[in-house]
Design a protein around this ligand. Structure first.
Ligand code: IMP
Ligand code: MG
Length: 184
């Protein structure tokens, strides 16, 4: 089976259908990259990816950044293998670089309730970066439960479960080039 342009993805009893095409995602990431590059002219931002979900988005985003930048990663866990958040977040991998005095940009794949992001912002409040902004490829505005400010948003989407382009279902389907949504 090829994972490119499948018209549906079957995962156990669930069926996922195409939602955001590879072209649409790449076009939007180019726009985000242009905007961020303009906003950080003369600076050297550190992009901080939240693993695992953001790894593909971060890779494509930085390919569209034309100021010097650095990259680091966090690893959090909150979902286990469930489709619904457990409400718990644990830190599995800390940052490696010193972000004190740096301009940091947190890179998320998706913001659902906002719990993960709230946890990250609290964690980073131990440090003194000179600025902190957040970019998320996807945001589910209808699901937000915590007050978090997201500076750059790729797409606002309905509160439905999505997979592909880094986003998993029980750790699978991250390798899809486009994003699929759970069929009702
Ligand atoms: P939050 O803490 O509820 O905002 O959830 C954030 C994290 O949950 C994201 O970084 C994803 O890893 C995961 N997540 C939330 N919604 C989805 C989804 O629709 N598909 C796959 N993962 C999701
Ligand atoms: Mg994530």
């Amino acid at each position: 089976m090829s994972f490119i342009n499948e018209d549906k993805i079957i995962a156990g009893d669930d069926i996922f259908v195409p939602f955001l095409s590879e072209e649409k995602i790449q076009q939007r990431i180019k726009e985000l990259g242009d905007q961020i590059s303009k906003d950080y002219e003369g600076k050297v931002p550190v992009f901080i990816g939240v693993l695992n979900g953001s790894f593909i988005f971060l890779a494509d985003l930085v390919k569209n950044i034309y100021v010097d930048c650095e990259i680091d990663f966090f690893k959090l866990s909150s979902y286990g293998d469930e489709k619904i958040s457990s409400g718990k977040v644990t830190l599995l991998k800390e940052l490696n670089c010193d972000i004190n005095g740096r301009d940091i940009i947190i890179v998320e794949d998706i913001v659902d309730s906002g719990l993960s992001l709230k946890y990250i912002v609290e964690l980073l409040s131990r440090y003194t970066p000179s600025s902190m902004k957040i970019v998320s490829l996807l945001v589910k505005p209808g699901s937000l439960k915590y007050n978090v400010k997201i500076d750059y948003i790729g797409f606002e989407i309905p509160g439905k479960f999505v997979i592909g382009y880094g986003l998993d279902y029980a750790q699978k389907f991250r390798n899809l080039r486009s994003i699929y949504v759970l069929k009702d």
